[in-house]
Write a protein that binds this ligand. Sequence first.
Ligand code: RVP
Length: 500
Amino acid sequence: MAFYFTEPSHTFGEYLLVPGYSSDQCVPANVSLETPLVKFRRGEEPTIKMNIPMTSAIMQAVSNDTMAIALAREGGVSFIYGSQPPEQEAAMISRVKNYKSGFVSSDSNIKPTTTLGEVLELKDMTGHSTMAVTEDGTPTGKLLGIVTSRDYRVTRMGMDTPVKDFMTPFERLIYADANLTLPQANDLIWEHKLNMLPLIDENQRLRYMVFRKDYTDNKENELELIDERKRYIVGAGINTRDYVERVPALLEAGADVLCIDSSEGYSEWQKKTLEYIHKEFGEDVKVGAGNVVDAEGFRFLADAGADFVKVGIGGGSICITRETKGIGRGQATAVIDVCRARDEYFREKGVYIPVCSDGGIVHDYHMTLALAMGADFMMLGRYFSRFDESPTDKVKVNGTYYKEYWGEGSNRARNWQRYDLGGDRKLSFEEGVDSYVPYAGSLRDNIHISLSKIRSTMCNCGALTLPELRDKAKITLVSSTSIVEGGSHDVILKDKFGRD
Ligand code: RVP
């Protein structure tokens, strides 16, 4: 006879936190959101920790190198999507690892023969008025001069005037060596009252530009997540099919952590993948696995060597797995069950395997609930897809901006490796949709608001760290009537007033 769980499947929206005692030390500024990313033994420290409990989803519409840099800057980790050829994924990893904060590659490049008319066109297109003049017009060509909007007067000069007649030539430029550190570059900018400092190599080839206007951005972010060589930490998605070829390429490019990306992870495929990687590349290569939704699935992946375990089936905003296949579990119930299994495993074996709650976060308070229920960190797709840094197009519909967001199991992504069970090597049916989400602006602005809500709620619960939140949280299920009570009710909102 089938096994029946005694408890129904619940999701985050069905729970609330009940406040606990807050001392006068319980203020948001004292809250730490530090959390382990990979497993560690009792009494030891994990080799990778995050400063905020957020990772971005292994999805085409979410995690590329731009997202990874922006998120690492705030203290979290992106997992670059694996549904692309290994060399392309490795190139994204390598761009993150080689990124130098504050050092910008030139995006407006001209030659001495470029005309004023072409300069103006380029300025309209990029929105940037500072342009590097290189011998061959490439971003890394020999630097011959700089053009800014102070170098020309549109009303007095012919549109066919060549750049070489009005640029500031190399001999009159203040420039510096590409090996300069950011603080040194900023000092030069201040000393010489420059708007931009070009950095060149020993052959006078342009490497980077450092802008005065970026100064406040360039100051170190105290939560940024960097390795021992001060490079941003980045993760990479892999699958259970081409790991023999993909994993070495990603490691070579500098990936700090890998994660097997699968809609259902309680399988021999995952065990084989984990075993192969750890045997071939050693235990120092960290690999997360999943997704599972119960204690049994967790135990299986823990024994197979997973460095963290990802939880969630069918809860993703773009996911239709539950509708198409009838498998899954309410995200809150799944997190609670798996976290209990993680704690048991820790008591028994002395090994702590972090749990990631993946998918289904709609409101910021869902994040706090996931953490209170035991998740060490979250993986978010829809949340990050709305920001400037996601790789998708921003579109305007009826005066409102949206970003595109599609599932890995949609016909658009066709990530069959994520869903394949050893069958036809193709996506036999869709498990995801193609959609729009409201555009929300920059990652930094949004993340700061979400994190300040988490810190504030933690203070209400009397917790200054995530382990303390798990210990102290008092959580209640809510009735459907009290959910209505939770929003504004029995008033007419002013922005609706007077409309039909
Ligand atoms: P959400 O944050 O609710 O948008 O969910 C993102 C998660 O949904 C991903 O991390 C992944 O686990 C899952 N996903 C991605 N594609 C699909 C699909 O096409 N069904 N699901």
